[in-house]
Ligand binder design. Structure first.
Ligand SMILES: *[C@@H]1O[C@H](CO)[C@@H](O)[C@H](O)[C@H]1NC(C)=O
Ligand SMILES: *[C@@H]1O[C@H](CO)[C@@H](O)[C@H](O)[C@H]1NC(C)=O
Length: 251
């Protein structure tokens, strides 16, 4: 009896895995960057963040949607989050839906998600400006595959219930910036388009810079990733992964 049930369960598991593999685009595993904490203080869901109404991934690396996503929860927050230079910022990834305004208590990510998390900044005249084309972006943090533990940044995101925390450089000029945080799902990246980008932009103002006024070298988004950058032969058995795009800026 027990053995019979066990066999039925493993058949169901195999079937489920097949269904999941056959339906990558309706995968329920997506979640988006939808809230910010500064030095551990939660700023609120969709406050100062342009949160898309769907968990759908962008897969075209040349799409304008790759910059800051699209179809935002309305009205888009006009808040600008105050970020002291050098502080620890947490990007919170949650499920999203049209009109949805509360924190989602369910696990924001699926443990089968595998891929890196990257945080970017672009200096802007006004953090609430709607036009995000032509901005100059630089990476401030990234995490991919830990070769020793085999843990992906996405695994850490899952364990931390959607929170990823990184420092904001202390040497940048004070002013308004857009903070773009993306999770890249590589489960379907064996061909292009396959890699799934989940990203949003937060509206921040950095103050208290150390006065160095560093000027990082920048790239465009779209433009930072080429289709060929996003193709992986296999996720199985790899023990290192080079995150595409430029190097991370450090002070
Ligand atoms: C957005 O900004 C870019 C770069 O400054 C500019 O070329 C473009 O015309 C602007 N688009 C709109 C709709 O204002
Ligand atoms: C994630 O961040 C939120 C807001 O700062 C916090 O309330 C929550 O405890 C964090 N969760 C974990 C698992 O760290």
């Amino acid at each position: 009896m027990g053995r019979f049930v066990g066999r039925q369960l493993s058949t169901m598991k195999a079937l489920f895995a097949l269904i999941a593999a056959a339906l990558p685009l309706v995968s329920a595993s997506g979640s988006v960057f939808s809230a910010v904490s500064v030095n551990g203080v939660d700023q609120g869901h969709a406050v100062g963040v342009r949160v898309p109404t769907a968990n759908t991934a962008v897969t075209n690396v040349n799409s304008a949607d790759l910059t800051c996503n699209k179809n935002f929860i309305q009205p888009v927050s006009q808040a600008v989050i105050s970020v002291p230079a050098g502080s620890q910022v947490t990007a919170q990834f949650h499920k999203t839906a049209a009109g949805y305004l509360g924190p989602d208590p369910s696990e924001p990510l699926d443990p089968t998600n595998k891929g890196p998390v990257v945080a970017w900044l672009a200096s802007v005249p006004s953090a609430t400006q709607t036009n995000v084309s032509g901005l100059k972006w630089f990476k401030i943090w990234q995490s991919g595959l830990n070769s020793e533990t085999g843990q992906w940044a996405s695994d850490a995101l899952y364990v931390n219930k959607g929170n990823v925390t990184f420092p904001v450089p202390s040497c940048l000029p004070n002013g308004d910036y857009l903070l773009r945080v993306e999770y890249i799902g590589l489960e379907y990246a064996t061909s292009y388009p396959g890699a799934q980008f989940f990203m949003s932009c937060a509206q921040i103002h950095i103050s208290g810079s150390d006065g160095t006024n560093a000027s990082p070298s920048t790239v465009s988004i779209p433009g930072a990733y080429a289709p060929s950058d996003m193709v992986l032969d296999s996720l199985v058995g790899i023990d290192s992964y080079t995150i595409p795009g430029p190097d991370v800026f450090t002070c």
